[in-house]
Structures are given as structure tokens and as C-alpha cells.
Write a protein that binds this ligand. Structure first.
Ligand code: SF4
Length: 462
């Protein structure tokens, strides 16, 4: 018996994280000495496998070439493919259809007839896999990674596969954001205990192979204090730096009577990397500001906010595009005042509009702190142009000019014999399309962190 495991997102080039469901499935197979391996290319000969499990997180990921879903659906029980993961149903707009698919999908491996032939060696149930209890097999991707490194990729590119223990301490949410796979969930419940996924494996020098932890919890802080308080304590007791990868819900600091306690506890943690929260909706501004006043009093470390955008954009909806872009910058303006970073998270709908490249350029600026901290969005776009003129054309140019100065050059014919770089072209096309909003857009595109940051906002008691 040989089992093939497929990370469809990886095959389609769309991820830099291991697939946790596959790691756990591999852990179960490993517990039973059942032969398995990761299928590394969609052109592979898969005839050696008796069963193939395909997992897909992102809905934009294409199915592997060797898998034709509709044909396999016709074969029903005879199919040797098993497929699951949010990528197969996240876009289902029908509530009943979504709920049904999700509830089947969430329990799919636990109900798998093949896996249920084997006893559970980890707890949680007698036969088959318990996804919460199963220790992941963290080396699943190692042969693939070794080949990529041998082919020239840097090892650091694969750090998410190699340096972390990974799990969910809690699952669920109550916010019901319409774009989220948790949109019909109501509550947050405990899921795994840390020791169920914490790797203590050491290298030949006796150092932990996986010194960090990352957590996929949907909304950890929104769980009840009887859940988050002991879990945070346990995380601290591991003495390993940890990180909540999906971002934490900053609004809870403003909403909860325990907001100050959460801010204080989180600030005492060995947090790995930046603290990441989410500022998904402009309408949350009052709560986010209230929470930031608490957070910044306790925390000196870099704080970043995911900025969701592009959702429900269609090809001719200029009004929504303008509103969406403005609201990105309104949120950035708040973050800059509090000395925080933004990180653009685009919903794939952003592709639908012909001016979609504005999102790409905003992300290129905002998601790279070195640019975001030093220059405005306008300056970033203009600097791309002058950088090209200096490097490629060998010209001596003024690195930064205002939009008005650029227009003077443009009208004087300076650009007649020069191409205009894509970032500059993009921002100009956007300003032209929305010329009646140009004044406000230019104000937003010229926001700079160093002009706006104001410690009095959080240091002064109100
Ligand atoms: S707060 Fe986060 S996890 Fe909860 S529904 Fe919204 S996007 Fe999903």
C-alpha cells in the first residue's frame, strides 16, 4: 500500500506554507508505517499510488493535471482520489451548499474508511485519525525542499516548513465577515493542546530543529478568557517565540473588559516577528483607534495590520474601486499616526477591474516597510521612474518631485522620448480616471509616516 499526498497550492506555485492537514495525515500514516510521499509535480507518473489525498487551501489554485474532479466524482467510491480543503468550496455563495460542503470537509479525514481501518495512536478516538490530536509529520516536505535547495533556492525561503511547530489552539470566530470561510461560525472553541503539535526534535548539536511556533487560529483573542488566558500562559511556558499567522483581532482590546490585560500579556510574550492584527474595514476605525491607544501604551515592538481590499470588485464598478482605494489610505493614515505598518491583503476579485494594477503598486509600497516608512505612495511610484532613468538611461535626475512638478515636465515634453515606468503610469491613470477626486487622492497618496506619527495619541491619558 502506497499513499500519495498532494499539496495542490504548492503544485500551482501559490504557497510558502506547509499544508497542515497533509502534515497530520502524514503523521498518522507514519504512526502506522504506511508508505507515503509528497507528489512533487503534476506531471508525475502516479500509477504507483493506491490512494491519493489532495488538499487545497486557496480557491484560485488549479487542480493538478492528473486529477479531473468531475470524472472522479462520477466514479464515486471507486475513485482512488480523496480531495478536500477550503480551496474546494470557499467561493460557494449558496449558504446551504457551503455549510454542507464545509461540515463534510471538516470531518472528511476523520470519517475516511481507509484511515479508520487503523487504530488511533494519539488519543481522541479509537480508530482512524483525530485531526486535533494528531502530531504532524514535519518532515513531509523535506525531500522536496532538499531538491529545491540543490537547484539553487535559498534554505531561508523554506523556513516556514523547517523551523516551526504548527497548529491551531482554538478554532472558529463570531465576526461573520462575508469573505471568510468562518462566515457562518458563531463561537471559538479550544482545538489542540500545544503538546499535541509541539516538536521536540533536536539536531545533531542538540538544538531544537523547530525552535518557533506558529498558530493558525482564526480569532484567538475572541475566545473566552477561560480559554485564552491559560493558553497564553502555556505558550509563554514553552519559552519558544510564537506567532499568530492569521493576525490577531485588535478590536477585542477595545471591546473586552480584559483589553488592558490582553495587551499587557501579549506584550510580555516572546512574540516572533511583528505583532500582526487586522484592520479589514474602515468602519472599524473607532474601535481600532481605541484599541491602539491601549496597545501602544504596553507595546514598543513593531505592529502591523493586514488591510483587506479588492473584495467584490467587478470590471466596471468604478465607484467601488474608488471607495476601496480611498479606504485603504484612510486606514493607512490611522496606522501611520500610531506608528504602525500596513500590509495589503488583496481578495482575488481585485483582478476583475482594468485598473487592478493600482492594488499591485500599493502592495509593493505598503508591504515593504523600508518603502512605507521612508516615502509616500506617490514618492514610491515617482522614485521607480527616476531609478530607471538613472540606472538604465544614465541620466542625472531629481529623485523626488511632486505630482504638480511631474505634470510640468510631462507638458514640457520631457517624457516624449522616455518610457514611463509601470508604477508611475498606474498612479497617473488612476488619477486621470478619477480626476474629480484628484485633490483628495493626492492628499492620500502623499501620506508619510514620519509626518503623521504622533506619540501623544497613546502616551497622553485621556
Ligand atoms: S474576524 Fe477573521 S476569522 Fe473572523 S470571520 Fe472575520 S476574517 Fe474570518
Amino acid at each position: 500500500m502506497k499513499i500519495g499526498l498532494v499539496d495542490a497550492d504548492l503544485l500551482d506555485g501559490g504557497t510558502r506554507h506547509p499544508n497542515l492537514a497533509l502534515l497530520k495525515l502524514a503523521g498518522f500514516l507514519n504512526d502506522h508505517n504506511i508508505e507515503f510521499r509528497l507528489i512533487e509535480s503534476e506531471n508525475e507518473d502516479i500509477s504507483e499510488f493506491h490512494l491519493i489525498y489532495i488538499s487545497k487551501v486557496f480557491s484560485f489554485t488549479k487542480d493538478p493535471k492528473f486529477f479531473n474532479r468531475s470524472q472522479e466524482e462520477k466514479k464515486g467510491k471507486e475513485s482512488r482520489f480523496r480531495w478536500g480543503g477550503t480551496g474546494f468550496y470557499a467561493l460557494n455563495e449558496n449558504e446551504m451548499g457551503f455549510r454542507q460542503y464545509r461540515s463534510v470537509d471538516m470531518m472528511q479525514l476523520e470519517n475516511d474508511p481507509f484511515l479508520n481501518r487503523y487504530p488511533n495512536m494519539r488519543d481522541g478516538k479509537e480508530m482512524g485519525i483525530s485531526m486535533a490530536h494528531q502530531m504532524p509529520f514535519y518532515d513531509l516536505y523535506v525531500p522536496y525542499i532538499e531538491k529545491r535547495i540543490a537547484a539553487g533556492r535559498k534554505k531561508s525561503y523554506y523556513k516556514d516548513y523547517l523551523q516551526y511547530s504548527i497548529g491551531f489552539l482554538t478554532r472558529g470566530c463570531f465576526r461573520k465577515c462575508p469573505f471568510c470561510v468562518n462566515r457562518f461560525e458563531n463561537r471559538i472553541l479550544p482545538y489542540s493542546k500545544i503538546q499535541w503539535f509541539l516538536s521536540d526534535e533536536k539536531d545533531e548539536k542538540g538544538r531544537l530543529k523547530r525552535p518557533y511556533i506558529y498558530l493558525w487560529d482564526d480569532n484567538f483573542l475572541a475566545s473566552s478568557p477561560s480559554i485564552w488566558r491559560p493558553l497564553l500562559k502555556e505558550l509563554m511556558e514553552t519559552r519558544r517565540p510564537f506567532q499568530f499567522r492569521q493576525g490577531l483581532d485588535e478590536r477585542i482590546l477595545a471591546e473586552s473588559p480584559y483589553g488592558e490585560e490582553i495587551a499587557e500579556l501579549l506584550s510580555q510574550c516572546k512574540y516572533h516577528g511583528d505583532y500582526i492584527f487586522a484592520f479589514d474595514n474602515w468602519s472599524d476605525r473607532p474601535k481600532i483607534e481605541k484599541a491602539l491607544k491601549i496597545w501602544k501604551r504596553y507595546n514598543k515592538k513593531e505592529t502591523k495590520f493586514y488591510l483587506f481590499c479588492g473584495y467584490k470588485l467587478n470590471s466596471n464598478d468604478d465607484d467601488l474601486l474608488l471607495k476601496d482605494i480611498k479606504e485603504i489610505f484612510y486606514r493607512i493614515e490611522v496606522l501611520m499616526k500610531y506608528g504602525c505598518l500596513g500590509y495589503i491583503m488583496r481578495h482575488e476579485d481585485y483582478h476583475n477591474h482594468e485598473l487592478q494594477n493600482i492594488y499591485v503598486q500599493i502592495a509593493r509600497w505598503c508591504n515593504q516597510p523600508a518603502f512605507y516608512k521612508k516615502m509616500s505612495f506617490w514618492e514610491f511610484c515617482y522614485r521607480n521612474q527616476t531609478f530607471w532613468e538613472e540606472r538604465t538611461l544614465g541620466l542625472k535626475v531629481t529623485p523626488i518631485k511632486s505630482y504638480e512638478e511631474f505634470i510640468v515636465d510631462f507638458n514640457n515634453g520631457y517624457y516624449t522620448d522616455k518610457k514611463i515606468s509601470l508604477p508611475l503610469k498606474t498612479i497617473i491613470s488612476f488619477l486621470e480616471r478619477f480626476s474629480s477626486h484628484k485633490k483628495e487622492l493626492l492628499r492620500l497618496f502623499n501620506l508619510r509616516l514620519r509626518d503623521l506619527v504622533n506619540p501623544n495619541l497613546w502616551l497622553k491619558s485621556e
